[in-house]
Design a binder for this molecule. Structure first.
Ligand SMILES: [Cu+2]
Length: 205
């Protein structure tokens, strides 16, 4: 038998499921290398100017060719860019207009074509052949169906914090074995917000 309280919680769960996607809808999700966090609206790394290097760091060898993997979660026409800053994130500059290629000293691969619908992307990129302790890889989605360009609604960002070290094993890289656990991070905002909601309810009860 379902208690009124449980039924109430059920409604909260339902409300949360309906309400959350609209408020925090991820457009792109960097899978590999592991992203710094899930935020993506404010450049250059998703969480705006205060955005700082995080705890999730992937180590590769200088000059290593890695596969960057990401998921487009909301379909938009446009393209993707992958860039690299060898110290922090200040080298990342938004394209002034859609289709404008970036500084080749920073942009590793540009104008990666959008596919139909929402799909997983894989792009090989060769990292710079210099060691670095606080380097950053940036994935940008440039949407071309938002007019006018440049109003802050055309771009989504994800970053991965990297170390390039000669000491890294040949097959080093993103913590691929952690992918299952990484899956929990995906859409963590949903369950997390729900837990908060339910927790708050319980405290009140
Ligand atoms: Cu959208």
């Amino acid at each position: 038998m379902v208690s009124p309280g449980a039924r109430r919680s059920g409604w909260l769960v339902l409300a949360g499921l309906v309400w959350l996607p609209g408020t925090a809808r991820a457009h792109i999700r960097l899978i590999e290398p592991a992203p710094r966090h899930e935020q993506q609206k404010a450049g250059p790394c998703g969480a705006g100017a205060e955005d700082a290097r995080g705890e999730v760091v992937s180590t590769f060898r200088p000059g290593q060719t890695i596969t960057v993997r990401w998921q487009e979660e909301v379909a938009h026409p446009g393209y993707f860019r992958i860039a690299f800053d060898d110290e922090g994130q200040d080298a990342f500059v938004d394209p002034e207009e859609a289709g404008q290629s970036g500084d080749p000293a920073v942009v590793l691969v540009d104008l990666i074509a959008d596919k139909d619908g929402t799909q997983t992307y894989e792009q090989a990129v060769t990292l710079p052949n210099r060691p670095c302790d606080r380097c950053t890889l940036q994935l940008v989605q440039v949407m071309t169906d938002k007019a006018p360009y440049g109003d802050g609604n055309d771009l989504y960002y994800q970053c991965a914090d990297l170390v390039l070290s000669e000491d890294a094993p040949e097959t080093s890289g993103a913590p691929a074995e952690n992918d299952a656990a990484g899956g929990c991070r995906v859409g963590a905002s949903g369950p997390l917000a729900l837990a908060l909601l339910l927790g708050r309810r319980r405290r009140r009860a």
